[in-house]
Design a protein around this ligand. Structure first.
Ligand code: GDG
Length: 484
């Protein structure tokens, strides 16, 4: 058993790969999942299976060889995908069907058989890539909505493999999920895993309800009996690399000499004596993140409380995402128009109410933003977890600052000391924003300290370890049942 390894499987590998003039650049990705999995991935013979982000058409055979070799040095295995695969499986079924459906955007959900077929085919490609690497005693941990069928595809070929599955987005209620034409296939796909994890108890509950009502399986508390196996379902709220954000903020706060241009511009607005404050929002440009709602509510706030004109600035970072999917194009247009309208309506010669960035910023700029913001405004209309809310808290080394968080984010379930709002209520939004801007420092600190304590204790590494130890425990339980 000592040679056994953990295989992590996700749509994208934790690598940034770029090719310019036939020259290959490979660097490790710094995303939350990559950080959390780092110790699991680098331990023993651990490997990561996923797509590189480059389609087959963009690689000549020689270059593909070089990519595969470099990827292997990073303990990764590349799943090769064509442009058509990406069109139908990724942009198509994953992002035009599963993503909107699981986030309750029924009106955006397409049900295309051709894309479903591509989804099955590409999931099989991932499963085959795992099977090629798999030895007896190995553990496989599959991630997210792009790969819902992979657990079953592996289990069918290698029934004794220990398989875990984690869903990073919400699992919708039965009333939504039942509308999905491939509902049974997807549930059966997930049931190839021995342990199925969600961010919150609510998602877990919704999943179990669909299991009972669609597959008519016996569910005992959080255990499902299926094909003579007990499958466990549980919630594991994903954390962040708390120390990384805390240390970066500490360093930022002590480097008074070396301020970035962004920091200097942010400082121009901040003026506690005259009650001038910065409000921050950071999201991928996605319709689930509630960006137009937030902008309209901010406009409502400025009308309802005009004393805040010239005193608050909303710094809004929207990172481009899936920008060739029609709903995302529409969202970008709507956002541009709203920002233009609100700035046009309220701006003065010395004040622009909204600073809007539509791009990705380097980590150091992100730290400038987090540490400068008096209020973080995180108001998705639906969000599996939301790590930005947690990152903001981790950078508040002086324990000041206020987090306004939507009830619809999974993170709200464990961040009770934030000011929780319903993002659809402009009144709730405006009154809460006022309350945040006027919150006494002592109250800010009390709330912040509680939030920090919890996030520090349950960081992303702990999350990964707890999932894997629960997976091992599930296998032990299965063995005991078989032995009986
Ligand atoms: C999915 C689920 C769940 C953002 N802008 C920049 C940047 N970021 C980083 C943030 C944060 C991450 O991206 C975004 O994470 P979220 O959790 O907020 O959102 P999703 O991308 O939608 O992730 C979500 C998550 O999976 C994990 O399970 O929480 O609910 O939808 O880490 O810091 N990073 C840099 N520049 C930017 O401009 N460097």
């Amino acid at each position: 058993m000592s040679n056994s390894k953990t295989i992590i499987v996700s749509n994208r590998l934790p690598l940034q790969i770029s090719i310019e003039d036939d020259k290959l650049e490979v660097s490790a990705s710094v995303g939350g999942l990559a950080t959390g999995m780092k110790s699991v991935h680098t331990e023993g013979n651990g490997i990561w299976v996923g797509w590189t982000g480059i389609t087959d058409e963009d690689l000549n055979p020689k270059l593909r060889d070089t990519v595969n070799k470099r990827v292997k040095q990073e303990k990764c295995v590349a799943v090769n995908l064509t442009e058509q695969d990406i069109e139908d499986y990724y942009l198509g079924f994953s992002n035009k069907t599963l993503w909107p459906l699981f986030h309750y955007f029924m009106e955006y959900t397409a049900f295309e058989t051709k894309e479903w077929n591509a989804y099955v085919e590409v999931n099989q490609k991932f499963a085959n890539a795992v099977l090629e690497q798999l030895n007896d005693g190995d553990t496989v941990w599959v991630h997210d909505y792009q790969l819902l069928l992979v657990p079953e595809m592996i289990k069918a070929k290698k029934p004794y493999t220990t398989i875990g599955f984690f869903l990073h987005i919400p699992f919708p209620s039965y009333e939504i999920f039942r509308t999905f034409p491939w509902r049974s296939e997807v549930l059966e796909g997930m049931l190839g895993a021995d342990l199925i994890g969600f961010h919150t108890y609510d998602y877990e509950r919704h999943f179990l309800s669909s299991i009972k009502r669609i597959l008519r399986l016996e569910v005992n508390f959080n255990e499902i009996s299926y094909h003579n196996r007990i499958i466990k379902v549980d919630s594991f709220p994903m954390g962040i690399d708390y120390q990384k954000f805390w240390n970066a903020a500490l360093k930022h706060n002590s480097d008074h000499e070396e301020k970035s241009d962004l920091q200097r511009r942010l400082d121009e607005h901040i003026d506690p004596e005259h009650n001038k404050k910065l409000i921050l929002s950071i999201d991928r440009m996605d319709y689930t993140k509630g960006i137009p709602n937030r902008l309209r509510a901010f406009e409502y706030f400025l009308n309802a409380y005009p004393q805040y004109k010239e005193h608050v600035r909303l710094v809004m970072l929207a990172v481009p995402s899936r920008s060739n999917v029609p709903q995302y194009i529409k969202l970008k247009r709507e956002t541009d128009e709203l920002v233009g309208r609100i700035n046009g309506q309220f701006a003065t010669v010395s004040w622009t109410p909204i600073w809007y960035f539509y791009r990705s910023l380097p980590f150091s700029d992100l730290i400038d933003l987090y540490t400068s913001a008096d209020v973080a405004l995180i108001t998705p209309v639906r969000d599996g977890m939301n790590l930005v809310a947690k990152e903001y808290v981790a950078t508040r080394t002086n324990t000041d600052g206020v987090l306004i968080l939507s009830e619809m984010a999974g993170a709200a379930k464990e961040m009770n000391e934030a000011l929780l709002i319903n993002p659809n209520s402009y009144d709730d939004f405006a009154n809460t924003l006022k309350r945040a801007l006027e919150m006494p420092e002592a109250e800010q600190k009390t709330r912040m300290k509680f939030l920090q304590k919890r996030l520090k204790r349950y960081d992303v590494e702990k999350w990964a370890k707890e999932f894997l130890s629960a997976l091992r425990a599930t296998r032990e339980l299965q063995e005991v049942i078989v032995a009986k």
